[in-house]
Each structure stands twice: as C-alpha cells, then as structure tokens.
Design a binder for this molecule. Structure first.
Ligand code: 3PG
Length: 231
C-alpha cells in the first residue's frame, strides 16, 4: 500500500518530523477510550501551545481518534503510540498518523516502517537495544520507562558512549522534571501523560488539560530561550 521507495525523500520526512517534535519539546501521551473526545482534546492541545499527540494503541478508539484529530488539526503532529505490530502501523498510518512510537524495540516493526518511509521512534532501554536500533538506521529513539530505568543519569551515561542518538524519554516525566530532561542535549523531546490524564479526558476537563498544556509550553519556551546553556 505504500509506494514511495525513494530513500532520500523518506529520510527527509523522518528528519522533518523529528525536527518538529524537537521544536514542540513535550509530546502528550494520550489514551482515549472514546473517539468522540479526540476533537475537544485536540483543540485543548492546540490552544495549549504544544500541537502534538502520541495517541496510544491501548484502546480500540485509537485508530478513529487519530483519524479525527489529524483531519481536524492538519498542522498538529499526530502520531501513534504503543504500536506493537505491523498491522497497527498500517492502521495508524492509514488513519493519518505522521509517526510511529513503540514502547520497545521490535526489528520487524522498525524495518517495516523504515522501508515504507514511515518515521518511527522505537523504545530502547539498554545500550544493546540502542545499538541494534542504530544498525537498522534509527537515530531517534524513545527511552522507556525513563524514570524507573535510571532517568537522566542513565541517558547521560549511555549517550556519552553511544553518541549518535537522540532520545525521547517517556515514563515518569512530569511538570517538575521535564525541564531537566530537556536541558540535556541528547534529548530531542520528552513524552508524558501528566497533562492528559485519563480522568481529565473522561470528565471532559479540557480547560484543565489546556492549562496544563500551557504550563508545559512555558517549560519548553524557557528551555529554548536558554538553549546556549545546554551541556
Ligand atoms: C508511555 O506510554 O510512554 C507512558 O505510559 C507514559 O508514561 P507516563 O504516564 O508516566 O507519562
């Protein structure tokens, strides 16, 4: 179903996506039980100043939510998260996902994405997984679950040796520690669910989500203003 076999164009698209995610800085990890929440959530995320979402394939509503969000907000970076299979990659991309995120490293899924020009950010936790991902051509990877797996000290230690990677830490990131991660020059963005918690979505508290997003946007803004101080 994917026909683009021009390697240069594929790489350019991945670069464009990861550069944009890097500019946005904080990527909300979203679990939607009901696709009807996708549009008001998308609006809150857009108005909160960080136009991105990783919509996780943990619920049956994921595919339809991606379809609704990407159609309603074309300028938003809508990706699919918790993607575990090639079938889910296809569903996500056909629904409009612009990138694929996975909690772990599955060479089959990664190879499929790369050969079809789909930007993919697989999860890695160890130096061995990072090296294996790099061998397939991956340079942007998720570090999951970040805090339980050693957090920022682990990222700094590993990337001191494995220098060619850019990391998206996710898992245990919140308003209190996001800035520390973003200050690390090996971190291209962070992911987190703290501003889009399920109970806020289920209760329709999109105003709270929007203000938490605005707070997160302010964190990114202050980091960007002090970029020269990055280690
Ligand atoms: C993920 O899938 O990336 C995590 O569930 C997000 O982790 P958090 O809920 O701790 O932010």
């Amino acid at each position: 179903m994917f026909t683009n076999d021009n390697k240069g164009v594929k790489k350019m698209e991945a670069d464009r996506v990861f550069n944009r995610l890097s500019e946005i800085g904080i990527i909300p990890v979203v679990v939607l039980d009901d696709a009807r929440d996708a549009e008001p959530l998308g609006e809150a995320l857009m108005n909160g100043g960080l136009p991105a979402a990783e919509v996780t394939f943990r619920t049956d509503a994921a595919e339809e939510s991606i379809r609704i969000m990407s159609a309603a907000f074309p300028e938003m970076m809508v990706g699919a998260g918790t993607v575990l299979t090639i079938e889910q990659v296809d569903k996500a991309v056909m629904a409009g996902a612009g990138f694929i995120v996975s909690p772990g490293f599955d060479p089959e899924v990664v190879t499929y994405c790369i050969s079809n020009g789909i930007p993919v950010c697989p999860g890695t936790q160890t130096p061995s997984e990072m090296i294996a991902a790099m061998k397939l051509g991956i340079d942007h990877m998720k570090f999951f679950p970040a805090e339980p797996s050693g957090g920022l000290p682990m990222i700094k230690a590993v990337t001191a040796a494995i220098t060619g990677v850019k990391i998206m830490p996710t898992g245990g990131i919140n308003a209190a520690n996001a800035a520390d991660y973003l200050k690390c020059n090996k971190v291209f963005c962070v992911g987190g669910s703290w501003m889009v918690k399920g109970e806020l979505i289920r209760s329709g508290s999109f105003d709270i989500i929007q203000s938490k997003k605005a707070e997160a946007a302010a964190i990114v803004k202050s980091i960007n203003e002090n970029k020269n101080e990055k280690p």
